[in-house]
Design a protein around this ligand. Structure first.
Ligand SMILES: Cc1cc2nc3c(=O)[nH]c(=O)nc-3n(C[C@H](O)[C@H](O)[C@H](O)COP(=O)(O)OP(=O)(O)OC[C@H]3O[C@@H](n4cnc5c(N)ncnc54)[C@H](O)[C@@H]3O)c2cc1C
Length: 396
């Protein structure tokens, strides 16, 4: 097999590159930006993804920069009562890593990039945008444009599109991307806090404050607290520091005592491509499926795509039938996305926004270890990850 092209140097394209070169496969990764994106998005790394990092020899690097999160809390925002706290250690019989690691996705991308650039089998090209794609039964031809305007055509054996939610490869191939965009907006803030932990002294790394209107999601990263709240519009210019301080006071979290590092407004989506494979082209990560951010599953799910696809490419290299392997890959990952990841991200969204229905259910978890384990196996993505290997010959 000759070189596999990867479009997109986000966490998923980079992860795939690392997995492929480990198996002795040659890759060329093309990224239109001049460097890794530093936009604050994912920060949760779930146990199955930690297992992948471990297998790839990257776990220790990640652990050094991450915050270990071993508890999840659900609160009643209005009464400020802790509904339930769950210990991730309940998962110790199911995973080597019964905890989450928190840190911003740019640092994970950096770990992958460094590993990739060390390999003689990898070529990484920044400032190279893929502007056209053609494929037939023999090869895939890409047209790329560099920042100086230089246009080049190059052929590859296979192409993996990891070019994100607005994937141009998906668009060029006429693959539809359908689902649901929620009408609500979310405001994500990165706060350096020094009061919130006084008000909630035993705050867990994941703390969801349930409320029908003014819910609050708090995620603690090594260097800051990420806070997500609902907001009624996307007029960024109105989200001043004063607005944020007033809002945080109004919802009763803190009156003062924090600095604001960044703030960003976004919409959430549940979207899936109508197929993850078209001939010699495979779609992974956000190019193939996008989920609501509650539960932190989007990036993890894309890395799980990459993990399975590495195995498929290894089998193709050994003489396996590409069409069959890609078909099996696409069916399995799409099934998990639709039946597990979408279900769980939607559940997480309903949970934080509907306290009347969920408070009682959550209280039951405190007294019933079997139920608590079930909840954690789902929310830690272990259930979906294990489904990936059911009835499948897999080299782990
Ligand atoms: C607020 C927020 C919080 C989130 N939190 C979590 C979380 O805690 N856990 C989690 O698992 N997920 C989370 N997610 C989701 C996660 O951020 C995404 O799933 C992840 O970034 C997807 O990675 P990707 O590599 O598929 O796509 P991207 O990160 O979008 O990367 C795609 C790359 O492709 C490049 N590209 C695009 N088009 C071309 C082209 N034509 N040629 C060359 N390059 C191209 C882009 O420049 C980009 O670098 C969150 C998302 C949001 C919005």
């Amino acid at each position: 097999m000759n070189t596999i092209a990867i479009v997109g140097g986000g966490p998923i394209g980079l992860a795939l590159g690392v997995g492929l070169v480990r198996k002795g496969l040659k890759v060329e990764l093309l990224e239109k930006r001049s460097s890794i994106s530093t936009f604050p998005k994912a920060s949760t790394i779930h146990p199955p993804t930690l297992e992948i990092l471990d297998e790839w020899g990257l776990f220790e690097k990640a652990k050094k920069i991450g915050r270990v999160v071993d508890r999840i809390q659900y609160w009643n925002r209005k009464t400020e009562e802790l509904i339930v706290e769950l210990q991730l250690n309940l998962l110790r019989d199911y995973t080597k890593f019964p905890y989450r690691l928190h840190f911003d996705q740019q640092f994970l991308s950096q770990i992958f990039l460094e590993a990739l650039q060390k390999s003689p089998l990898a070529t990484v090209k920044f400032e190279t945008e893929v502007v056209d794609v053609h494929h037939d039964s023999h090869s895939v031809t890409l047209t790329t444009k560099e920042t100086d305007g230089k246009i080049t055509q190059q052929s590859f054996d296979y192409l993996v599109a990891a070019d994100g939610i607005s994937s141009s490869v998906r668009e060029k191939l006429g693959i539809s991307f359908t689902g649901h965009t929620n009408p609500a907006y979310h405001l994500l803030m990165g706060l350096k806090e020094y009061e919130i932990s006084n008000r909630f002294p035993n705050l867990a790394g994941v703390a969801m404050f349930l409320d029908n209107d003014e819910w609050v999601d708090m995620i603690t990263n090594p260097d800051m607290l990420k806070v997500i709240i609902p907001i009624s519009h996307d007029r960024t210019e109105e989200i001043t520091n004063e607005f944020i301080r007033n809002k945080m006071t109004e919802i009763g979290i803190v009156k003062d005592g924090f600095d604001i590092y960044y703030k960003t407004i976004y919409k959430t989506h549940q979207l899936v491509a109508d197929r993850m494979n078209d001939g010699r082209v495979v779609l992974i990560g956000d190019a193939a499926h996008v989920n609501i951010e509650f539960g932190g599953m989007g990036m993890n799910s894309g890395i799980h795509d990459a993990y399975l696809l590495v195995d498929k490419f290894e089998r193709i290299k050994q003489g396996g039938d590409a069409e069959q392997h890609f078909k099996q890959f696409a069916e399995r990952r799409m099934k998990i996305n639709k039946e597990v990841v979408q279900r769980d991200t939607i559940k997480n969204t309903q949970l934080i926004k509907d306290i009347d229905t969920h408070e009682k259910q959550l209280r039951q978890l405190a007294d019933n270890e079997a139920l608590a384990k079930k909840h954690l196996l789902r929310t830690s993505m272990i259930e979906g990850f294990n489904m990936m290997f059911e009835d499948m010959n897999f080299n782990r």
